[in-house]
Ligand binder design. Structure first.
Ligand SMILES: Nc1ncnc2c1ncn2[C@@H]1O[C@H](COP(=O)(O)OP(=O)(O)OP(=O)(O)O)[C@@H](O)[C@H]1O
Ligand SMILES: [Mg+2]
Length: 220
């Protein structure tokens, strides 16, 4: 008899369905465990960002469930889901959504105030943005802005990080460093990473690599 010893996933998706102009997902399921990183690749328009938004509670599927710590997020009370978004979930968006008129430091500070965590300056050093933290976001390069948005998420100390093409604007060396930093973070903090990327080198650093294709996640 095969005995499956396992803990409960941090995040689980069961039988997701979602359509916009056409059907994106059909019976799509996924489990994400603590200390695990999962990468998703796929053609443009297959629904990778949509899936990330559903898993991170920002968008509802047409049917199916998303569970965090074994509880369906659609059964949470509004204040519970808000607390989860504020503290447990960190989203690195494809477009960064930084406050452009604030400094890089102030952008991070806003997130840590909401999540009630302390600013850890070693995160800025690790991402090599410590020298630009007092500059306004509007004065930073695209790649620097991207790393500020990553610093903002890591500073919240979330349990689950959702990253939508976080290395899209970065040179190869910086991209590698950023992904290594995210992977080190999840191991050190018993957290998990859901990563969308078009870069196979980056995707291969995840423990599991899926292709979003034919409306499902297929192991590749
Ligand atoms: N809010 C929305 N309303 C209507 N259609 C949408 C919405 N969001 C996404 N779509 C459609 O769903 C499809 C998938 O979009 P999505 O952004 O998830 O793709 P993607 O796989 O992330 O693509 P890319 O690799 O280009 O980022 C697209 O056809 C898009 O037009
Ligand atoms: Mg996308």
């Amino acid at each position: 008899m095969k005995v499956i010893v396992g803990n409960r996933p941090l995040l689980e998706a069961r039988s997701l369905e979602k359509s916009f102009d056409y059907q994106l997902f059909e019976d799509l399921s996924l489990s994400l465990y603590s200390k695990q990183s999962v990468a998703v690749m796929g053609r443009s328009g297959t629904g990778k960002s949509t899936l990330l938004h559903i898993l991170s509670t920002l968008l509802k599927p047409d049917s199916g469930e998303v569970l965090i710590n074994g509880r369906s997020v659609y059964n949470f009370k509004e204040h519970e889901i808000e607390a989860i978004r504020r503290k447990e979930i960190g989203i690195i968006f494809q477009s960064h959504y930084l406050f452009k008129g604030l400094s890089a430091y102030e952008n991070v500070e806003t997130a840590t105030l909401l999540a009630q965590t302390d600013i850890d300056k070693s995160i800025f050093e690790m991402l090599e943005i410590d020298h630009v933290m007092n500059k306004k976001v509007s004065e930073l390069s695209g790649g620097q802005q991207q790393r500020v948005s990553i610093a903002r998420v890591l500073s919240k100390k979330p349990k689950i990080i959702f990253a939508d093409e976080p290395t899209g604007n970065l040179d190869k060396e910086t991209a590698n460093r950023v992904i290594d930093a995210l992977n080190a973070y999840i191991v050190a903090n018993n957290a998990a990473l859901f990563l969308v990327t078009h870069d196979i080198t980056i995707a291969k650093k995840a423990q599991k690599l899926y292709q979003l294709e034919n409306k499902r996640l297929n192991i590749r």
